[in-house]
Design a protein around this ligand. Structure first.
Ligand code: TAP
Length: 787
């Protein structure tokens, strides 16, 4: 057989890796695995089987953790916390470094065990999963060292609960554990039921590295174990990777608990091939995008969008390549695709494909022979699909690609964004201008230009929309495990008093209407219901009335914000000019705004100070407009990864009662400085300063719809805002976090709730980069260079 024949048939012969090393390790544990708690092994009462998906054979019995076991693990993590936090960054970095070295030394064992347990090709576990996991520990050893100087105002959160899926068991574990340890947190982690083994091997490695007892605890079990972790009151943060459905439940279950949350969820990522792309390279890209790890990849390029002019040619090349893929024993180094995780997943893939075919899709499937036993599914391409088809909208999580065509770049963007997900996208074009034009327009947390499925510890990974929030990796990922040290005081009593006064004061007005209006779509408007409520000063006297907004006003305000794009299309310099103009115009009206504050009971001096601080705060965020830069991440490839700060979209902001002008400005300014549009709910008790602000907006060239201001009952207004599908983020200051966070689960909007009192006049509390981070999300754009 000559080289040409080999390339035609891709028939390399077998090159099997021996399973012995992993089987011996399992035998050392008598094929019965325990939980790892407080540095020791604890066998559970109940067990479940962990099978090899490629053969169906049982590998081991794994312990099922109940509530009591999770409690023990949390207690151990709590006990270990003070000691772990007392260590210097350097000392923690030494542990991370030792862990990296030990995984490296045991990399063959890890790779074989992962392949046996998960069914992924040994080529992938050996060359991708394990090296990337090692890289994560080395990278974060560095961050532990740098923590004190790079994050001086931050501290660890405490005990964190981590829940991971089965598709990259060791790698997902590394993404979670490395940053948590580097930042001084202690951990309770649960691997997926199907794939617990490498997490337990990792625990053994930590024992060997001398990691202090209780810093890492591994509990195994099914979804109910995850549920106990999520609901545990002493866990301060949940980091979850998995399906959007479970992620949504976790958002609801943790609502109001004060737990920090990061969600890495599902995806249906677009793979865009422009007519000028290198088609052969793009075909290889598709192979890596959808047939890597049997397509069981959250960021799989599962929606192919090909420019019409080359679609026929491209499909032909792709189908021919698809037929050459080798599917077989995952331990064989020369196969391309291994086994599907479980027969239930295989069944799910098959039924979704059938649904696509029933709906009219054309099925192209590899005719390669599949192994006679085990759980396998052939590489599949569905063409003739429509954007609304289930196979186009739903995550299949298998080796199934759907393909559509587009004519113009804007059509490609429209198709790419026609998804509730927003994890990743791949763009293929030899025209860098075109690729860089499309990258910011595509709604995704990661964009790969002329490459795909690239990941590294130095670059953040995570999505937008229903693909979740938070990042793993890069500097941006560390914030997920840190909290800002600020001395906010809970002001329950103060809130209660303010709310009581405001609630009492909601009463219809008789007589002449002197009610300040709301501001929606650049116009002053009366409330839809025609009602208003009385506003009292600090002595309880009625000073005027304000509009009592309702659901319809919320809908109008959100629509105005969602459809007004001109602010977001302005460049940072233009936004900056407008914001300086706002500061200037507020300055002209200083006296008016101060008088208004005095009418609430501020002293003259207090009122003047608050107005002066508001002017300064506008200038502060105007200054930031063109300075809150992203980063270029140093990843080990020839190319650059640009971490860009992008606006989130429409942010609903509920203002607190304290410092009614300054708190309003302090929340509005960072949001619009970063290019978002906002719906502001004015302080319920003292809304007039916010409502007066329309005059400044009207005279400062702020495009209509950028800032919308509504007034009324906090609960009545925030509830529909929290649940609104066109609101991308909600900041709720001073109201019940529980229902805001619960409602925000509808479209998994980013929520920022604060029940504690900030001193808005204090620049360490009332302003800063924390606000800018909340107003942006990071998009990592990978651009290789060189021929
Ligand atoms: P899920 O069913 O959501 O499971 C993920 C993890 O959550 C597993 O450990 C699971 O336990 C556990 N779990 C299940 N129900 C739970 C509950 N009620 N409370 C707490 N934990 C619970 O997802 P999966 O099927 O394993 O993984 C596939 C999904 O993960 C896909 O949607 C994929 O896109 C997504 N994923 C996303 C990413 C990123 S970075 N965005 C990366 C990989 C995968 P058991 O497995 O033991 O039931």
């Amino acid at each position: 057989m000559n080289i040409k024949d080999i390339l035609q048939t891709m028939d390399y012969g077998n090159a099997p890796e021996s399973p012995d090393l992993a089987l011996e390790w399992l035998a050392q544990h008598k094929n019965k695995m325990s939980h790892f708690i407080n540095g020791d092994w604890h066998s559970g009462k109940n067990h479940f089987a962990s099978n090899n998906p490629a053969s169906g054979e049982r590998l081991a019995q794994v312990s099922q953790a109940d509530k009591n076991t999770v409690n023990q693990a949390v207690k151990a993590a709590e006990k270990a916390l003070p000691g772990w936090q007392a260590l210097s960054g350097h000392a923690r970095s030494e542990y991370l470094y030792a862990i990296a070295r030990l995984i490296q030394k045991n990399s063959r064992l890890f790779a074989v065990l992962e392949t046996l347990d998960n069914g992924k090709p040994i080529r992938e576990s050996r060359d991708i999963d394990v090296p990337l996991a090692i890289r994560h520990f080395y990278h974060h050893a560095g961050w532990a060292q740098l923590l004190d100087t790079e994050f001086p105002d931050h501290e660890a959160i405490g005990v964190v609960g981590q829940i991971i899926p089965w598709n990259f068991p060791l790698l997902m574990l590394a993404w979670k554990i490395a940053p948590a340890l580097a930042t001084g947190n202690t951990i309770v982690i649960k691997p997926a039921e199907f794939t617990s083994l490498t997490a337990l091997l990792f625990a053994e490695i930590c024992q060997q590295a001398g990691l202090p007892k209780g810093v890492l605890n591994v509990v195994t079990g099914d979804g109910s174990t995850g549920q106990h972790i999520v609901e545990h009151p002493d866990i301060k943060k949940i980091a979850f990777t998995g399906s959007t459905a479970v992620g949504r439940w976790i958002r609801q279950a943790t609502a109001g608990s004060g737990k920090k949350l990061s969600l890495e969820l599902g995806g249906k990522s677009a793979f865009i091939v422009c007519a000028d792309a290198d088609l052969d390279a793009a075909v290889e890209g598709v192979v890596d995008a959808i047939w890597f790890n049997q397509g069981q990849v959250c960021c799989a390029g599962s929606r192919l969008l090909v420019q019409e002019a080359v679609a026929e040619r491209f499909h032909k090349k792709l189908i021919s390549r698809m037929h050459k893929l080798r599917i077989g024993d995952p331990l064989d180094k020369s196969i391309d695709m291994g086994a599907i995780i479980d027969p239930r997943q295989q069944q799910k893939i098959a039924s979704l494909v059938q649904a696509g075919v029933d709906a009219g899709a054309c099925l192209n499937q590899s005719t390669a022979e599949l192994p006679s036993s085990g759980c396998f599914y052939p590489p599949t391409l569905l063409t003739d699909v429509s954007p609304s088809d289930q196979v186009v909208q739903d995550e299949i999580f298998g080796p199934v690609l759907v393909s559509m065509t587009f004519r113009t770049p804007s059509e490609a963007v429209a198709l790419a964004n026609n998804s509730r997900y927003g994890l990743a996208a791949s763009i293929w074009s030899e025209n860098i201008n075109m690729a860089m034009h499309l990258a910011p327009l595509v709604q995704a947390g990661i964009v790969w230009i002329n490459c795909t499925n690239m990941m590294d510890a130095a670059a953040g990974f995570g999505g937008v929309k229903e693909s979740g929030f938070g990042r793993e990796g890069g500097k941006e990922g560390l914030y997920e495990y840190l909290t800002l040290k600020i001395n906010t005081k809970t002001q329950k009593d103060k809130d209660k008093a303010a709310n009581k006064q405001a609630a009492k004061s909601i009463e219809p007005v008789q007589g002449m209407d002197k009610t300040p209006k709301m501001y929606i779509g650049g116009k002053q408007v009366r409330p839809d219901g025609g009602y208003s409520y009385a506003i009292h000063n600090s002595k309880g006297q009625i000073i005027t009335h304000a509009g009592l907004g309702n659901r319809k006003d919320v809908r109008n305000a959100v629509e105005a914000a969602a459809t007004s794009h001109s602010w977001s299309h302005m460049n940072a310099y233009q936004r900056q000019q407008v914001m300086y103009f706002m500061a200037e115009n507020l300055s002209y009206r200083k006296a008016e705004f101060a008088t208004r504050l005095e009418s609430f009971g501020h002293s003259k001096k207090q009122a003047e100070t608050e107005v002066e601080s508001s002017i300064q705060r506008l200038s502060y965020y105007a200054a930031w407009c063109d300075k809150f830069d992203g980063q270029i991440h140093s990843v080990p490839m020839r190319g650059v990864v640009m971490a860009m700060h992008e606006p989130i979209g429409v942010i609903a902001i509920q203002c607190p009662d304290e410092a009614p002008l300054l708190s309003f400005i302090s929340l509005l300014a960072p949001a619009i400085a970063m290019g978002n549009r906002v719906v502001m709910t004015a302080s319920e008790a003292f809304p007039l300063s916010a409502l007066d602000f329309y005059q400044v907006l009207n005279t400062s060239d702020v495009p209509a719809g950028t800032v919308n201001i509504i007034s009324g009952n906090r609960l009545e207004l925030t509830k529909p805002l929290a649940g609104h599908m066109n609101v991308d983020a909600i900041w709720a200051f001073g109201s019940d976090a529980q229902w805001v966070e619960h409602e925000s689960a509808t479209n998994l909007k980013r929520s920022w709730t604060q029940n504690s009192h900030r001193d808005w006049l204090n620049i360490n509390q009332g302003q800063g980069q924390e606000f800018l981070r909340r107003a942006t999300q990071v998009k990592n754009i990978w651009t290789p260079y060189g021929e």
